[in-house]
Design a protein around this ligand. Structure first.
Ligand SMILES: C[S@@+](CC[C@H](N)C(=O)[O-])C[C@H]1O[C@@H](n2cnc3c(N)ncnc32)[C@H](O)[C@@H]1O
Length: 318
């Protein structure tokens, strides 16, 4: 009953999305303005299931390697070959489309895949769009043990991509430890540093914009804390997990040209508190700072933005 109600709400949501897209196409054709063209892509994005995944400004914590790229090498590791008959979990599954579905692609022999997220629309979306008989989507918070009780000590492998950027690592690692069976392991990867965020921070904290910097408190925790793999190793130890791998991985994301950079940056609406009347001034300062730090590559003319991804494989001892 509840599920049916949700499905009809989502269908309504999608129909509204299609109507808006058609209106945007009309506006785009009639005005031919680049800005509106950009808005069109924005709305297209908004009404795809990506919007459910990325509640927070997406680009500042952008994952450059897709979740499945981490799963490929994983099968070479002892204990990770086919996970035949195992009950596994995807923490922070989002829409299910990227991590959950891919886990099942690499590990079709698992018995059950519990995919959790603490954001209700993600779970609704995932359970209507990316379903498979072995997947069980559930609303739960990796920071809050009371929401995880029914799986404590029952999970043999935990996967998590691009979720730990948002959480308190001490609480989350402790709960990973609670969830795992003795001998169980977890693979956790997430963006811990982003050049977009650093540039943005530099500009918004200047005295002329500082009064608009309050939303920083809502940005992904890992980016604000700027911790290294060595810090995460300490949290792992405190939680009782044994480190197998804990390393920083440098990644680059590129834009073909400077227009693409700025379209993308405006897209993530980082400076939401800057009033409209001062937006151009902010954008200009941001652009200058961006160009001061990121020069086009002499060989291909592209703009490469740096990110750090932490990759962790940890074990709960027997
Ligand atoms: C960027 S999405 C990643 C989705 C997917 N795992 C992937 O790799 O594409 C991050 C997800 O983590 C979820 N998340 C954030 N904090 C969480 C928490 N404390 N417990 C569970 N999920 C959380 C968010 O709601 C969001 O859906």
């Amino acid at each position: 009953m509840l599920q049916k109600g949700l499905e009809s709400k989502l269908n309504l949501f999608n129909r509204a999305g299609v109507t808006i897209i058609l209106l945007m196409i009309r506006a785009m054709i009639s005005s031919k303005l680049k800005r509106q063209c950009f808005s069109f892509y924005f709305y297209l994005f908004l009404f795809s299931d990506n919007c459910v995944m990325y509640r927070l400004p997406k680009l500042i914590a952008f994952p450059h390697r897709r979740p499945d790229e981490y799963y490929k090498d994983l099968q070479e590791r002892p204990g990770w070959k086919d996970l035949d008959g195992e009950v596994v979990m995807d923490v922070g599954c989002g829409s299910g489309r990227y991590s959950t579905i891919n886990i099942l692609k690499y590990y079709p022999k698992i018995e059950k895949l519990i995919a959790i997220d603490n954001y209700t629309p993600s779970i609704y979306f995932a359970s209507t769009r990316n379903t498979e008989s072995k997947i069980e989507y559930r609303l739960a918070d990796i920071e809050d043990r009371s929401t995880l009780e029914k799986w404590e000590g029952k999970i043999s492998k935990i996967f998590s991509t691009n979720c730990f950027t948002h959480v308190d690592p001490e609480k989350a690692f402790r709960n990973v430890h609670y969830l795992l069976k003795p001998g169980g392991e977890a693979i956790i990867t997430f963006v811990s540093k982003s050049q977009y965020y650093d540039i943005f921070l530099d500009v918004i904290l200047r005295k002329e914009f500082k009064e608009y910097s309050a939303p920083i408190a809502t940005y992904p925790r890992a980016l604000r804390q700027k911790l290294d793999a060595s810090d995460y190793e300490t949290f792992l130890k405190k939680s009782g997990l044994t480190k197998i791998v804990c390393e920083d991985e440098r990644q680059l994301f590129f834009h073909e040209n400077i227009e693409c950079c700025f379209m993308a940056i405006r897209h993530c609406n980082l400076a939401s508190d800057v009033p409209r009347i001062r937006r151009d001034e902010f954008d200009q300062d941001f652009s200058q700072e961006f160009l001061r730090r990121i020069e086009p590559d002499p060989d291909d003319g592209r703009f490469y933005v740096k990110f750090t991804v932490v990759k962790i494989i940890a074990k709960k001892e027997n």
